[in-house]
Design a protein around this ligand. Structure first.
Ligand code: PEP
Length: 250
């Protein structure tokens, strides 16, 4: 039985004050969520505040990126050990915004996956096709290529130590959500592909959907058999919306 996970991706938003207000709101209704796991992935500069507010709560937290290096002359980067030092359980890897704006390749993302595991973090490994790729009917080829990069670098067992987030790029931050059928089809493809290598890993792997999931559409998406939770951008910045999604995941 896969425990649902709802993870917020705050991206580069907020202030110390707004983080406090947001987390107060989440903690206020945390008791309404019994079975789903909850996490927030914050800008790294706020992780100390997040840790102080969430320690001893049942809400986990994480970073939004990781360096492949352990330490040294890599200005502006964050090592896995640093994220772990701030109590992070999760780290987002290969988000489409990093693949697009920072030219992160499949290989680099695979190396980041390994770096996260080395620091004991659970990678939330993002994959997904662009609109152009969907229109060319190569969605499956694209996500297969992205997954294969991690399997080739880390092995399928290590892939199973992470969480996959299927995030069609055309749905991220656009207000256009994949239909439950479209999302289920992609999730089923991902699980079936992994099952060809390791049925147990595939069966236990949590595959989240991400892309304009919100308080209104979450229940229908989360009702699909291969959708095990969500990676939530915009809607994770409002505590009421985020908690409605968490409740829909039960
Ligand atoms: C995301 O950034 O991972 C995301 C899914 O964003 P949004 O929910 O805003 O589409």
């Amino acid at each position: 039985m896969r425990q649902p996970l709802i993870a917020g991706n705050w991206k580069m938003n907020g202030s110390r004050e707004s983080v406090k207000v947001l987390l107060d709101g989440i903690k206020h209704s945390v008791h309404d969520v019994s079975t789903a796991q909850m996490a927030v992935c914050a800008p790294h500069i706020f992780l100390g505040d997040v840790q102080a507010q969430l320690e001893n709560s049942k809400i986990a937290w994480g970073g939004q990126d990781i360096s492949v290096h352990e330490s040294g002359a890599y200005t502006g980067e964050t090592a896995g050990s640093m994220l772990a030092d701030y109590g992070c359980e999760f780290v987002i890897i290969g988000h489409s915004e990093r693949r697009t704006y920072h030219a992160e390749s499949d290989q680099l993302v695979a190396e980041k996956f390994a770096a996260a595991r080395q620091s004991g973090l659970t990678p939330i490994f993002c994959i997904g096709e662009t609109l152009q790729e969907r229109e060319k009917h190569i969605t499956e080829q694209v996500v297969a290529r992205q997954i294969d990069a991690v399997i080739n670098h880390c092995g399928v067992k290590m892939l199973g130590e992470g969480v996959v987030a299927y995030e069609p790029v055309w749905a991220i931050g656009t207000g256009v959500t994949a239909t439950p059928d479209q999302a289920q089809e992609a999730h089923n493809f991902i699980r079936t592909k992994i099952a060809e290598l390791d049925a147990k890993v595939a069966d236990e792997l949590r595959i989240l959907y991400g892309g304009s999931m919100n308080a209104k559409n979450a229940a229908d998406l989360l009702a699909q058999p291969d959708i095990d939770g969500g990676l939530i951008g915009g809607a994770s910045l409002k505590s009421a919306d985020f908690m409605t999604i968490c409740q829909a995941a039960q």
